[in-house]
Design a protein around this ligand. Structure first.
Ligand code: E4P
Length: 218
């Protein structure tokens, strides 16, 4: 399973990119709004940092296929690595179909059932984004959805759509998604940092330093 970072904060993106652990970025209207900066400027800057798929979402207020297609073309024109993120609606599926026919990559977002994922794949989505954490939040096992989608896509030998596990809340989500057969997890910076740390690693570093200094000094 590969990692994308789920943020529109360029400092976090730079830091994760420097560690060599990410090969893409996902943003959404809430994440962009949090940064309080111009949408296209931020996407351009991100594309200049990470050499991989960058998901930029159509405006939250655009609900018709024509509008999503128009905005999708604009997003795709920002950089060759751009992926147009489109919500799972009937209009969204129409937009995915058209953008796919034009060679524009799409990420169908707000996926909460295996059927939605299958529909998006059939419409031509490059990626589907099932939201794990938001399901867990309402007492439904998000990882079961990831496993179902992975199984269904594996059975259909004509589906190339990749599964991006989204709405990741903690490091255990990552392990669960990898075991469930996901292609990618898009991870908030905070969770990436949590994945790095372990108290025994910290204690081991201190012990090595103490033993080394006792014999060789600084
Ligand atoms: C990414 O594609 C999603 O928009 C994001 O992971 C949603 O996360 P949230 O449920 O924490 O808002």
């Amino acid at each position: 399973m590969k990692f994308f970072i789920d943020t529109a904060n360029v400092d976090e993106i730079r830091e994760a990119n420097d560690m060599g652990i990410i090969c893409g970025v996902t943003t959404n209207p809430s994440l962009i709004a949090k940064e309080g900066r111009d949408y296209k400027t931020v996407l351009k800057e991100i594309a200049g940092i990470v050499d991989g798929a960058i998901s930029g979402e159509v405006k939250a207020t655009t609900t018709d296929a024509e509008g999503m297609i128009r905005e999708g073309r604009e997003i795709a024109a920002i950089h060759p690595n751009m992926v147009v993120k489109i919500p799972m609606t009937a209009e969204g599926l129409k937009a995915i179909k058209v953008l796919h026919s034009e060679g524009i990559k799409t990420n169908c977002t707000l996926i909460f059932t295996a059927n939605q994922a299958l529909l998006a794949a059939r419409a031509g989505a490059t990626y589907v984004s099932p939201f794990l954490g938001r399901l867990d939040d309402i007492s439904t096992r998000g990882v079961d959805l990831i496993r179902d989608i992975a199984d269904i896509f594996a059975v259909a030998d004509d589906i190339d759509t990749k599964i991006i596990c989204a709405s990741i809340r903690n490091p255990m989500h990552i392990t669960d998604c990898a075991l469930a057969g996901a292609d990618i997890a898009t991870v908030p910076f905070k969770v990436l940092r949590q994945m790095i740390n372990h108290p025994l690693t910290d204690a081991g570093i201190v012990k090595f330093q103490e033993d080394y200094k006792a014999v060789f000094g600084e």
